[in-house]
Design a protein around this ligand. Sequence first.
Ligand SMILES: Nc1nc2c(c(=O)[nH]1)N[C@H]1C(S)=C(S)[C@@H](COP(=O)(O)O)O[C@H]1N2
Ligand SMILES: [Mo]
Length: 447
Amino acid sequence: MSDSSEHTQGIVRPAPESFIKPDLVATISAHGIDDARRGLLKGAFASALVAMTGKAVAGESDPNIVNVPEWSKILGNAVATNPYGLPSKYEANIIRRQSPGLTQTDQASVAFTPLQSMFGMITPSGLHFERHHQGWVDIDPSRHRFMINGLVKTPMVFTMEELMRMPSVSRMHFLECGANTALEWGNSAVPTVQYTHGMLSGSEWTGVPLSLLLERAGIDLAKAKYILAEGADGSSMTRTINIENALDDCLVAYGQNGEMIRPEQGYPLRLVVPGVQGVSWVKWLRRIEVGDQPYAAKDEASHYVDLMPDGMQRQYTAIQEAKSVITSPSGGQKLMKQGYYCVTGLAWSGRGVVKKVEVSTDGGRNWREARIEGPALSKMITRFNFDWVWRGEEALLQSRVTDSTGYVQPQRTELIAVRGTRSIYHNNAIQTWRVNQSGEVENVQLG
Ligand SMILES: Nc1nc2c(c(=O)[nH]1)N[C@H]1C(S)=C(S)[C@@H](COP(=O)(O)O)O[C@H]1N2
Ligand SMILES: [Mo]
């Protein structure tokens, strides 16, 4: 790498506007380039990078000397101007979005996480996707109660204060709705990764292990086979959960990313069921009943079932199988220049840890391993990065994850061979983004 680029302060990051396709607010950032400068890139990548940075630097004057901007000449804002901090006004497009026309009311609806603009593995709480069956509520924590009953020696009722005085743990886990990618079974229906995969978020959750609470209540381990979790909102959200899951790593959680859970995410209390589909993560959690058989609640008898090719409905699919997606470049974005791109994305598995992610730029004919940007935590989204030089050819970008059980994410044709195309839930097929010769990126399905 040449001296001039080595000694330039920072990376010249193209103005975000130059990457925005007006109808679909999507940006390609130049992140990953710092890694490249530290010598992680070799050969073609390094020279592509030098070309890119060198050119950009040559066209710029040092803004601190030649063209002093107004912000360098004023007294800035006072501390605590925003007592609760907000993103820059220049980031106003990075928001949760509803897929137009997807639902008939805004209360029984979804708002998707803008995955195309996220870095790392944590979803900021304000961008966590939302899925409510009957709107969200902001519950007075002093009036909220949590009850444990059923097959226990001593049914118990807890206040928030009592729960928050108990031993707590903090764990990072993904939350994915079972209906994530639901629209893509038959054809490529929606344009951006926000809508194809944005019912996925990752947070640090803090709370009391459910096993501890069940132990306190004196759970009858000889008889207990299932629990029922019940929410305090108007939706009567009730879910059956296996006792193995319940006693393993479930949390009765009040914390999210270091503060109290947001109202949209179930304030003041929600169930965290690592690796299991979102609907079981009951929000505004008010009761857990211990039982000896599945409860067949409304949302598990007629909804959240998988229609198989033979016409039978598969019930109680719980675990979110391994899945991955390239988040940038992704549908609706445009590559404005040829040269180096840090292809980036997310991989996750409801059964454990992401072991390997491979990327193909030719629709699955050839694969190369991506860099896992650790830590790779169990049942948590994991970031991957992949070096790519785009020379203006048409490309078909795919990612494929292998998890710690050895399971490999299926191609769409492989998944459909088993599942058919009439399902709604549990679509973990490999996603394809086509880059055309003008650099436009589009959601496509192969075969
Ligand atoms: N009480 C209650 N819990 C609920 C729901 C709900 O509507 N009411 N929606 C469920 C569904 S379908 C999903 S995918 C997740 C979404 O959680 P989030 O809104 O925090 O992303 O919460 C689940 N828990
Ligand atoms: Mo869901």
